[in-house]
Design a protein around this ligand. Structure first.
Ligand code: SAM
Length: 306
């Protein structure tokens, strides 16, 4: 937890969260995959539809909104192990390059590409999406899923995406965003939103308007803005937590019990601190903030480069 806290403090002081994000994902990539599977984002859930099927539908939805086809060269920014990019490649036939920062993600992602037999048209490379080494107009489509929440400089990212897109190219972003319902004077709202950011080493979550403004400044033209989870039959995007894990983690006796076990040396020192900050907080705060409607996890936004 010390490296995590140091990284958050440095991010807050400098506005550069990149080293902290690298540290977080070096520590957490395998644990996140173990707990939540290959996709590190929430998707709309539906009654009678399994989680795997909901994710599969989401892959098709993203591919459709992106308008990806066989002839496209696609860049996925902040790709994790590149699971989403591989799905887009499989569905559309496009070539997909994933860009991410943590070494573990690049090695693990490229192994998965090879295992899927997609190494003739997919790869993962290391880079920071605020400023990349790609040439101007290298891609016809760019997308990012749950990754701009790690940026503290949306103008830089949108400027870079606009540079990388070919004319008439498209950018799709699917993010956790702060909604208009958020009241910055309400301490409960503040606490949930702030906990989500600090526990996962992120800068403050962005309001949707900040995304619109940055896109406009970069010269991109809005095409679609839609909450794909706000449809009849949909269950809340945080449903994956409320099926059991939330009830356990929100139990007020859990942390005192762990602290006691730590004192009796039945658990390693600082276990409770790690458990509370890395598991309890983000989970409980996502559910409570989602229930209050102050953050949304299922907004798709797309823009076109003129
Ligand atoms: C929550 S994960 C999402 C991964 C993947 N898009 C998904 O939804 O399954 C965020 C990802 O963004 C990456 N990331 C964060 N900041 C980045 C930056 N400045 N440049 C490139 N990748 C970044 C992280 O390393 C991580 O892979």
């Amino acid at each position: 937890m010390k490296s995590h806290r140091d990284a958050i403090r440095k991010g807050q002081e400098s506005g550069d969260y990149v080293p902290g994000v690298m540290n977080y994902y070096s520590l957490m990539s395998d644990l996140i995959t173990l707990c939540s599977g290959p996709f590190w984002h929430f998707v709309p859930m539906f009654k009678g539809v399994s989680r795997a099927e909901a994710h599969s539908r989401f892959h098709h939805t993203v591919t459709r909104y992106l308008g990806a086809g066989k002839e496209d060269t696609v860049l996925e920014i902040g790709c994790g192990y590149g699971e989403m990019g591989r799905q887009v490649a499989k569905i559309s036939g496009a070539s997909v390059t994933g860009l991410t920062m943590a070494d573990a993600e690049i090695v693990g992602g490229n192994e998965r590409i090879k295992d899927a037999g997609l190494d003739d048209r997919c790869k993962i490379v290391q880079g920071n999406y605020h400023k990349t080494d790609f040439q101007d107009a290298s891609f016809s489509k760019v997308f990012g899923i749950y990754t701009l929440k790690y940026s503290s400089d949306l103008d830089a990212v949108f400027g870079e995406v606009a540079r990388l897109l070919k004319p008439n190219g498209r950018f799709l972003s699917y993010e956790i965003l702060v909604t208009d319902t958020y009241d910055k004077t309400n301490p409960e709202h503040q606490e949930y939103v702030q906990n989500i950011s600090t526990c996962t080493c992120m800068p403050p979550l962005w309001p949707a308007q900040a995304m619109r403004d940055a896109a406009l400044k970069a010269g991109l033209v809005p095409v679609v803005e839609e909450d794909i989870g706000a449809v009849p039959n949909a269950r809340p995007w945080y449903t994956c937590f409320t099926n059991g894990i939330y009830q356990i983690l929100a139990c007020p006796l859990l942390l005192p019990f762990f602290r006691c076990a730590e004192t009796m040396r039945l658990l390693p020192p600082a276990f409770t601190d790690w458990f509370e900050n890395v598991l309890v907080h983000p989970t409980v705060d996502f559910v409570r903030a989602g229930r209050l409607g102050i953050i949304s996890g299922t907004v798709v936004m797309t823009w076109r480069k003129p």
